[in-house]
Design a protein around this ligand. Structure first.
Ligand SMILES: *[C@@H]1O[C@H](CO)[C@@H](O)[C@H](O)[C@H]1NC(C)=O
Ligand SMILES: *[C@@H]1O[C@H](CO)[C@@H](O)[C@H](O)[C@H]1NC(C)=O
Ligand SMILES: *[C@@H]1O[C@H](CO)[C@@H](O)[C@H](O)[C@H]1NC(C)=O
Ligand SMILES: *[C@@H]1O[C@H](CO)[C@@H](O)[C@H](O)[C@H]1NC(C)=O
Ligand SMILES: *[C@@H]1O[C@H](CO)[C@@H](O)[C@H](O)[C@H]1NC(C)=O
Length: 607
């Protein structure tokens, strides 16, 4: 997969040779440089001292970022320094209405002179309430209300693009980072995903809540009732408490360290699920409006810092596209079909219109690799209605200038369904399938070795069939999969719903039961802390994960579900990595489907 090695190493050797041949002149030059540096240093110190005494630089200011500033100005920022067409274009589009032009305000020492003239970079002092125009006080544009300012630009601005705020973003960016030496930096083309599949992970349960990923948020609420989801959580908490609870979660559940760890694990992409209330809420909605938007944007900037490419995943659509808890609201489908289905379909197009205008900005063209239209729309939505909506969404998004591969879900239909559907998009549209063996009694009942064979053979065949336009859609990717080998994880099947594995699941028709047909299966092994797992079980889990990576790399790439969970080890790449259940580097594995399946010693089936 990594055959297209990058050229920098040869360039470096060439440089080294040149330096080698200039040795005699090197010493004199060195002294000159040292003298110059000393002179510059002394001058700078004097300037800083003067500025401090004149109170231009505030020492110890809470949000002081003077040092970071100078670091930024030192990095070679690409062609983007012109701050892009974004802000200008959007001046007319400002969401503060009433024709008031776009404003920016940074409070404090009248920085106008410091900003434009002096070399010592200005200290960014965050605005205070009185610097925010009255109309925007208390809104998402009011940076004084933000819980978390880390790596956010706290300067007030009402500039929007696609009627979505840019507030919080810095003006410059740097696309020169590689996630790892096997893949190109962001500012170099990735090439064909057919030749170099993505290795990625989802940031599930972060900007779109999911009960099994953060059960603590749901467990403490006995008032939630039957539908345990983000809507009901917000309803029960009430607007104020919901806003505070969710912002705290956005701020703490995923931090910069996660992006660093993801890149360090040999992964090169992230899929970020987010929901429509990052963009808009409608009358009567219980959701917290738009707080997740800025966390999404900051997440993309952190991904950039570690060279990770992004798969944007609209996970919750108006009305709920699948009636599942992770769409925000469980129980019924209200997208295309169901209550207000056509209205919600149109709202979803409008949301994509705004999102795609925003993400068509220059700063996103290298980093947004995949643009997801709708996560897992229900398979009860008629295929022709769904493809019609998808075609319209595609047209809207590409019409606004998005060049990323657009992604449509297989909508939990077989991959073969998509043969002959939505033709003519070439490599601009990919079908996304989510592969699990645990939500189906038949697959769940497979023995350990059979699960591995199933990945290496059956899934590989299905993907091959899908990649071929004679039997499938064409571009195919695996946007979700996991290491779980049972459905035992708490809340996985909905809060209080039990598991197929131990026969406590009550959510489907047809008696779910242990594959042995008796009460032998228990969830204690699957839910155990990895430190208590046997070496054989750990070996199986690791081989099972690698088998899936190997199988899914025959497609355009894979995204593990998910990076982090509170307690579900077999759904947390991070925990599994720490427990030795994952290869240390996703891009350097010690087994493949081409090899014989190892034996797992005394590991018993159906425990
Ligand atoms: C934005 O710029 C500020 C000031 O230079 C810096 O502290 C912050 O880390 C930057 N944010 C990002 C995401 O790079
Ligand atoms: C700072 O500049 C603004 C306009 O840029 C002006 O309205 C304000 O009075 C100035 N404040 C001080 C203390 O000079
Ligand atoms: C912070 O945001 C303001 C308003 O968009 C912008 O003018 C400024 O350049 C930004 N600061 C940095 C460090 O990018
Ligand atoms: C459908 O739309 C109407 C009018 O906007 C609204 O009153 C009603 O609550 C909506 N139904 C659902 C299920 O969202
Ligand atoms: C909650 O989501 C999980 C998938 O994460 C799904 O299996 C389950 O059926 C959902 N439960 C409800 C009640 O929506």
């Amino acid at each position: 997969m990594d055959m297209e090695g990058s050229p920098p190493s040869t360039a470096n050797t060439a440089n080294n040779k040149e330096v080698e041949s200039q040795k005699p002149r090197k010493k004199r030059l060195l002294w000159l440089c040292v003298a110059l540096l000393v002179a510059i240093g002394v001058t700078a110190a004097i300037v800083v001292a003067v500025l401090i005494t004149q109170n231009v630089i505030h020492v110890g200011s809470k949000s002081s970022s003077a040092s970071a500033d100078s670091a930024v100005s030192g990095t070679p920022v690409p062609s983007s320094v012109d701050s892009g067409p974004g802000p200008q274009e959007s001046g007319s589009n400002s969401n503060s209405g009433s024709g008031s032009g776009s404003k920016t305000s940074t409070r404090g020492p009248n920085s106008s002179s410091a900003t434009s003239t002096s070399k010592p970079t200005p200290t960014v002092t965050c605005p205070s309430k009185s610097d925010i125009p009255k109309a925007d006080q208390g809104t998402d544009l009011d940076t004084t209300t933000w819980l978390d300012l880390v790596d956010f630009n706290c300067t007030y601005t009402d500039v929007t693009v696609g009627d979505l705020p840019i507030v919080g973003l810095n003006s410059t960016w740097d696309d020169s980072t590689q996630a790892n030496p096997d893949v190109p930096p962001l500012n170099k083309p990735w090439g064909s995903y057919a030749n170099r599949p993505a290795r990625g992970v989802n940031l599930g349960g972060w900007l779109s809540l999911e009960p099994f990923i953060t059960p603590s948020m749901f467990k403490d609420n006995s008032k939630l009732g039957a539908e345990v989801d983000e809507w009901n959580l917000c309803t029960v908490l009430g607007p104020k408490q919901a806003a505070a609870t969710l912002e705290k979660h956005y701020s703490t559940f995923i931090t910069e360290q996660d992006f660093a760890d993801i890149a360090a694990a040999g992964l090169d992409h992230i899929r970020i699920p987010f929901s429509y209330w990052a963009v808009v809420v409608y009358p009567g909605d219980a959701y917290v409006f738009r707080t997740s938007w800025r966390y999404l944007l900051r997440g993309i900037e952190w991904a950039r810092k570690y060279g990770l490419r992004v798969n944007l995943d609209l996970h919750g659509l108006p009305g709920s596209q699948n009636g599942w808890n992770h769409s925000g609201r469980s129980s019924q489908v209200g997208f295309i079909i169901g209550p207000n289905g056509s209205e919600n379909a149109q709202r979803s197009i409008d949301i994509h219109d705004r999102l795609s205008k925003f993400f068509a900005q220059d700063r996103y063209k290298n980093i947004i690799a995949f643009y997801g239209l709708a996560n897992e729309p229900a398979n009860t939505i008629p295929l022709d209605a769904l493809t019609e909506w998808t075609a319209e969404a595609y047209k809207t998004v590409s019409g606004n200038g998005i060049k990323a591969v657009q992604v449509m879900s297989d909508s939990l239909r077989s991959l073969g369904t998509w043969q002959g559907q939505l033709t003519g998009y070439g490599s601009g549209l990919a079908v996304d399938t989510h592969e699990y063996v645990i939500f189906d009694n038949g697959l769940l009942a497979m023995k350990h070795t059979d699960k591995i064979k199933f990945a290496c053979q059956t899934w590989v065949q299905q993907i091959a069939g899908s990649l071929n336009t004679a039997s499938g859609f064409g571009p195919t990717m695996v946007g979700e999969w996991s290491q779980a080998d049972t459905d035992c994880t708490e809340f996985l099947n909905g809060v209080g719903n039990g598991a197929r594995w131990d026969g406590t699941f009550s959510g489907t028709i047809g008696a779910p039961r242990c594959p042995t047909g008796d009460k032998q299966c228990s969830c204690s092994l699957a839910n155990a802390d990895p430190s208590t797992m046997s070496a054989d079980y750990k070996k199986f889990l690791k081989t099972w994960a690698i088998a899936q990576m190997d199988a899914f790399e025959t497609s355009w790439g894979w995204f593990y579900w998910t990076w982090k969970t509170e307690a579900a080890y077999l759904w947390s790449y991070q925990s599994a990595l720490g427990a030795g259940l994952m290869p240390e580097k996703a891009n350097d594995r010690d087994w493949s489907c081409a090899q014989a399946i190892p034996t797992f010693g005394s590991l018993q089936e159906y425990l």
